[in-house]
Design a protein around this ligand. Sequence first.
Ligand code: S3P
Length: 440
Amino acid sequence: MAHETVRPASGPLVGECRVGGDKSIAHRALLLGAVAEGTTRIHNFAGGADNRSTIGVLRALGVTIREADGLVEVAGAGWSGLRAPAAALDCGNSGTTMRLGAGLLAGRPFTARLTGDRSLCARPMGRVIEPLRAMGADVGSEAGDGRPPLVVRGGRLHGITYRLPVASAQVKSAILLAGLQAAGETRVIEALPTRDHTERLLPAFGAAVRVEAGALAADGERHAIVAGEARLRGVVLALPGDFSAAAFLLVAALLVPGSDLNVRDVGVNPTRTGLLDVLRAMGAGLEVGDERVEGGEPVGTVRARASALRGLDVPPGQVAALIDEIPILCVAAARAAGTTRITGAAELRLKESDRIAVMAAALRACGVAVEELPDGLVVYGTGGAPLRGGAVASHGDHRIVMAMAVAALVAGAPIVIDDAAAAAVSDPAFFPRLRALAGR
Ligand code: S3P
């Protein structure tokens, strides 16, 4: 597939910009809209390939969805509006489509087969198979090894109490979506909080959901509870800018000398913004302003100013809130003074690529010393010296492509990134926006 040559920035990143709507929230709004009664309108839709996979799956299930100019209209016809698909449901590269899709289908009275691309078909699904089976669905991996394709024979479900064995918002959300269809309550317990977009969105659709945390949860963990046999109603919603897309621009501004960039109207849900906390502790000039709540989600303007960074230890407890930002955090660490050690992030090996191995190889190709740990990375920062130009293998992973494109802005020579079109999995506007901001 086509590669992209990214040259060092010709000047600072200044001014302000926006990013497309949040991918995680869009998946949830599409799925809930499909089983709600009435139309759901989703504004500020970024149109990434992952979200399009969710749209494709829902259309194959008989749902009418229109999309134009950043607006998506989902004609929900209630739970019974979903029909048995005529062919396998193609989830593309999107783990969220497959895992949340399995939860949605777990209570529907038909059989569906969910498949995806080579990367997705290598990812573990046992984590959703097990709880959905416990709720009464007949879900299995075709090969019997927990990997896709998945076959979901939906049926009558009953609520469960389930403690997540891995910190995963996808698993939590799959169980909550099944729980909406079950008899009785469904309770998901997590030791480390993961992104809570599903819990925040459900009340707008009319579902009864409650969260017990802190003093309310006797065990000190976080419980998300949904009432079963829910009838949902369509909503109108504007997606906040995707923090995970903004993260690449914010780090670019921190690294390119003289930069001062405001990313406006971006989601700053604390379960997503762990990167801000870590970068601030590294010495980054980052501020959140104009903060307000829109559609149940915190939104604000994030300002990033070029800063000298120093390495630090990122402990396991911080990983869930920055799981998708670790590739770009590694790029910041590569330019920092001193060593950055990230641990407790073994989940990274199970993403669109093995992000520990792929990021380590990509940074080494640019002259950075990196050590791979079973559950993380140690990055030896260059102390602000430019990275080396070179060729890096993205393994078709969108977040690796975008992280290395930012690295190229502060390299001494161009970096050539293969499969660069993968950026469109989450952010089709990434390269044009970066070119406009960095003079490339
Ligand atoms: C997501 C949750 C995260 C994240 C993924 C999107 C979601 O995965 O890495 O990009 O939308 O729920 P896990 O919850 O499986 O860690």
